[in-house]
Every structure is written in C-alpha cells, then in structure tokens.
Design a protein around this ligand. Structure first.
Ligand SMILES: [Fe+2]
Length: 266
C-alpha cells in the first residue's frame, strides 16, 4: 500500500521539504485515525462543500471527488493485523479517476507526469496510481499514517493531550504546478485554516470529555462485526462505515500492553 504513494512519484523520488503543520488537542492519541464512519457527521459541512464544488467543476481532484463515505459507498475498511489499517478507497477512486486525470492534463507538466507513470509501470498499476493520487490512506501502527498528500506522525504528549504533525510530501521529478496542487489540496482540508482537521480536533476533545464520564465505562466499536470478511491472507475487510480499523488498532494496543506485542489478526 505504501507503493501507492511512492510509485505515484516519477522515479519513486519523494521530497519532504515543504515544512510541516501541526495540531495539538486535549484528547488521547488512540482516537486518531482510520475511521471511515465519522466524516458523514463530523465533516458534514465539508462534504456539502465538495458536493457543490463537484457540481460546479471547481474541485481540487480525485481525493475530493464525490462522497466516498456514504452508507451506499463502495469504499472499504481494512485491518491487516498488528494494528495496521486502511481506509480503502481504491474501488471508489477507480470509478472517478477520469476527473483527476483531466485536472492533471490541464496542469503544466501534467501530461508528462502521466506519461512517466505509464512508462515506469504496467498499465493496470499506473491506472490505480493515477486514481489514488498518491494517497494510500494507511495507518501503520502505532503512530505513522500516510493520508492524502502527507506523512503524519501522532505524538502522545500525555494521556489526554496529543500532537499531530503533518509533513506534505512532494514529487521530486514532477512540475512545480503539480506539487503546488498537492500543497493546496493538503492545506484545504488539513491546514491551520483548513476545513477538516479543525473539525477532528474539536471532536477529539469532546470524546475525551465523554471518556471521563463514569456512567458507562465501555465504548461500543462493534459496528460491522456482523458483516466483516476475512481474506485469504488474514486481512479483515469491512464497509467504509464499519469499525474494522478501530478493532484492529485496539486489539494490537491491548496485546502490547499485556502480551508483549503479540496479537493475532483475530
Ligand atoms: Fe476527520
């Protein structure tokens, strides 16, 4: 899955020299990431904006195309074991790949970029690389994530305080304009004035307040247990709104706290 990012860069050459931005919030680090259920609610206003942008043809590309989070979406959640998880948008983005491709074709250096991908890779993989726009959306347990156009590090500061640091990744051999597009996409959702990270930080703090209540000590993360599937290699797969990743992450965390880090997939 990491190759979805690396191979999207011509020659596999990435640079991480665009600086970083960070969020600090009063919440536990284990809340963060790989949840495909919350966007419908926490980011409702963002999704409504994307929908309007979609209709007007103004949106920024594949990562913003259509709603990949709906109850009828074909996106999936994955638990690879050992706490490693993914929001798997591959099927969704392959359907909408044409939009990002035409956006690239209108961007200086875009046609050369597309040509380079097909010269370097077999066409089915190049199709997927273009559809995914360098965004594997994977969480490598415990605190490394590759989301959208960034490498993200989650740093626990204390039991109820977390720092999230985001490093936008650029393609060393792509045009300035393509890299500028990547940065604008990053800023629009994850930047200090972006539409998404601010929603998340607010909700993380509210969840932390809820966790301090003594009314009920349990959190229900059973959504989708009745319909998850196990593939031949042991990967657990569920619908995008299902809590497959959360169960995988918590299972691994529990194992690390109790059994020296040995957790089975199931
Ligand atoms: Fe979010």
């Amino acid at each position: 899955m990491i190759d979805i990012l690396v191979d999207a860069a011509p020659g596999g050459e990435l640079t991480v020299r665009a600086g970083s931005n960070r969020t600090v919030y009063k919440g536990n680090w284990k809340q963060v990431g790989m949840d495909g259920y919350h966007p419908l609610f926490v980011h409702a206003s963002v999704l409504a904006t994307w929908e309007r942008e979609d209709k007007s043809g103004q949106n920024l590309g594949a990562t913003h195309k259509a709603n990949p989070f709906g109850f009828d979406a074909i996106s999936e959640t994955r638990d690879f074991g050992h706490g490693h998880t993914m929001l798997d948008f591959r099927k969704h983005r392959l359907i909408h790949a044409g939009h990002y491709r035409s956006l690239l074709e209108k961007t200086p250096g875009g046609s050369d970029y597309i040509e380079a991908l097909y010269a370097e890779h077999e066409s089915g993989w190049a199709d997927l690389l273009l559809a995914m726009a360098g965004d594997p959306h994977v969480g490598i347990f415990p605190n490394l994530q590759l989301i959208n156009n960034q490498i993200r590090i989650v740093n626990p500061l204390s039991v109820d305080e977390t720092e999230v640091q985001m490093f936008p990744v650029l393609f060393a051999r792509a045009s300035t304009e393509i890299n500028a597009l990547r940065l604008r996409q990053h800023e629009s959702f994850y930047g200090p004035a972006g539409s998404g990270s601010t929603d998340d930080a607010e909700i993380f703090e509210r969840v932390q307040l809820g966790l301090q209540a003594s009314v009920d000590p349990w959190i229900n993360i059973s959504r989708g247990m009745n319909r998850e599937q196990v593939e031949a290699d042991g990967t657990v797969v569920g619908h995008i709104t299902d809590e497959v990743p959360q169960r995988g992450q918590m299972r691994q965390w529990l194992a690390m706290m109790t059994d020296g880090g040995v957790a089975g997939v199931l």
